[in-house]
Design a protein around this ligand. Sequence first.
Ligand SMILES: [Fe+2]
Length: 246
Amino acid sequence: MAGYVDMHSHVVFGVDDGAESLAHAVELVTAARDAGTRLLVATPHVVPPYLDWNASAQRLDRIRRRFALLRDAAPAGIELRLGYEVTARPARLRADDDPARFRIEGTELVLLDGPQAVPWHGDATMERLIRRIRAEGLTPILAHPERRACWRGVPPDPGFAERMKAAGALLQVDATGLTGRDGPGVDVEARRLLQEGLIDLLGSDGHGRVSEVRVDLARAMAAEVVGEAAADRLVDGSAIGLRARP
Ligand SMILES: [Fe+2]
């Protein structure tokens, strides 16, 4: 196929737990290109009030400036676009909080942070945020729904992914969900969701030190579950109307 589209990565440097420096970010982008990615969306975390990963105008401006430096320094053969990974919070539901400012550049798509390994801030508002974003005429993509399967000590929620999809989200499985790095329960759930046809997209969710910016790894593992042609459709951008330039 022509080239992979990876719409989830943490390559903007020094703004979250992803790339640590411009040189590190260039190294990650180069590795992604060498593995076949042709369109990479950088999606820094927006998680108030956690750390300083907030949505203030000052921080979003810093993200845009660092992304511009990275785009200038990136190697040929890979297009970079800026988006965000937005964690559900009560603040995100306020009438004056415009989700359009978190769109992936040139699209009507908004990437939402899905479940973490354990219950997390904002879980209770995730479904409402999906509906809110839909109501604004935008398309939410929910990252790593498979992680909900590994929660311990809380009631299981086997219909979680199905409910988020019914609320209007596209669903995106992480590479680390399929490699087993996120745990055996997550691995099993990721494959179940693929088998049942609930997954629209694969993403690397690459951070650098802990996870590679390699959506090709996810594609290869998904192909074992759904076959080569279906796996290609999970990484060619067709589900979200994005195409890598030839
Ligand atoms: Fe992420």
